[in-house]
Design a protein around this ligand. Structure first.
Ligand SMILES: *Cc1c(COP(=O)(O)O)cnc(C)c1O
Length: 394
């Protein structure tokens, strides 16, 4: 089996030789001719029933070959049989929740999570009762109608790590979903540790260039079938142009992850020595929950960090206003560096008490480090931090 750096370049391209092409063809057809009705009927049944492909694609809500290729590529990278792509990470999570709803009404969730995932679960929009627990409480809180356990590691935005193997053991026969967006398959492959579903906001590192919104779930073929049925029924599709861009980003994934991680290690060390910074949450500094999993569950510390500024909200706002090279914006995992304020932006939709309990305070900024030259990044951060207050205004 080729290693991940090689798979990232070659996976999902198996039919190129036969097609006589070197780049993925973009198929924009919405419908496909059905000249043999027997084949059409059989294909329709297969696709609505959750098959990955059929002799006739019938209609683009049921199957698209450009999307199918990037799904194959991501299944290869995560070491799963299948992958199902959606129009966003949230659409991907929604599909898993809709399927879980058919198996039971209760889900166990470990906080913190991406803000909108927390909001989707807490709001009960998908008809599920979400119970928020510590990872250590899962075995005790499991019920007969528990349909899913949900964790995110590294977690957004505190970078706390969750022990995937321990959660899988505690969950017993309840499937575990791991949101692995922050880790990428280069650093962590949750399915190999027993997770049933690996979720990515492919908008982030997988796409990698800030120009495509997409989400994927990697899992067994058996679990993928109902997820495809949900996609066909709800229409939460990834457009073939988006699938092309996502596939276009993959060959550089391992290179990008190595570079941004190396940059992040330098910045995290310097930030933790800076007078304006009270604390840096970074798995590589040992300052997050379960940091011992770096080097084991996760091959490296990754490239996301959160810093708590001594000057609180005012200092955080000043840094967002003063950065010149970095972009003050939500999202992450792009080639360029982004800095954002979780309490004011991404995690605004989380219950304020739960937000504070997760350690997301007014002085916290989250940094997603890009591939720029690290000294240029440090110069920008240093000038933005220069002169910010060293204590919060009373
Ligand atoms: C961005 C993100 C999501 C949501 O994905 P979208 O593509 O924005 O819908 C889910 N989980 C994590 C960890 C994220 O960073």
């Amino acid at each position: 089996m080729p290693r991940i750096e090689t798979l990232a370049v070659h996976a999902g391209r198996d039919d190129f030789a036969e097609l006589g092409v070197h780049a993925p063809p973009i198929d924009l057809s919405t419908t496909y001719p059905v000249s043999d009705l027997d084949v059409g009927t059989e294909s329709f049944d297969a696709l609505v029933g959750g098959a990955a492909s059929a002799r006739n694609p019938i209609y683009a809500r049921l199957h698209n070959p450009t999307v199918g290729r990037v799904e194959q590529a991501l299944a290869a990278l995560e070491g799963t049989e299948a992958c199902v792509a959606y129009g966003s990470g949230m659409a991907a999570l929604t599909a898993v929740l809709m399927d879980a709803r058919s198996r039971g009404g209760h889900v166990l969730v470990v906080r913190p999570l991406y803000g909108t995932s927390d909001h989707l679960l807490a709001s009960g929009l998908c008809g599920l009762e979400a119970e928020f627990v510590d990872a250590g409480e899962i075995a005790a809180r499991r019920r007969a109608d528990t349909a899913l356990v949900i964790i995110e590691t590294p977690a957004n935005p505190t970078l706390d790590l969750v022990d995937i193997r321990a959660v899988v053991a505690a969950a017993g026969d309840v499937p575990v979903l791991v949101d692995s967006t922050f880790a990428t398959p280069v650093l962590q492959q949750p399915a190999r540790l027993g997770a049933s579903y690996v979720l990515h906001s492919a908008t982030k590192f997988l796409g990698g260039h800030g120009d495509v919104i997409a989400g994927v779930v990697c899992c067994s073929e058996e679990r993928a079938r109902p997820l495809r049925t949900v996609r066909a029924a709800t229409g939460a599709l990834l457009h073939p142009l988006g699938a092309y861009l996502l596939h276009r980003g993959l060959p550089t994934l391992a290179l990008r992850v190595e570079r941004v991680q190396a940059n992040a290690i330098v910045l995290a060390n310097r930030l933790s020595e800076h007078a304006a910074v009270a604390r840096v949450h970074f798995p590589g500094l040992g300052t997050v929950r379960n940091a011992h999993l770096v080097g084991a569950q996760m091959a490296g510390p990754g490239s996301l960090m959160a810093m708590e500024l001594r000057g609180g909200y005012a200092a955080a706002a000043a840094v967002m206003a003063k950065v010149r090279l970095m972009t003050p914006a939500v999202s992450l995992g792009s080639v360029d560096t982004l800095v954002q304020h979780p309490a004011g932006l991404t995690h605004r939709v989380v219950d304020p008490e739960a937000r504070l309990a997760s350690g997301i305070g007014p002085g916290m900024l989250r940094l997603s480090v890009g591939i720029e030259q690290v000294e240029d990044l440090w110069a920008d951060l240093a000038q933005a931090l220069d002169g910010v207050a060293l204590s919060a205004a009373a």
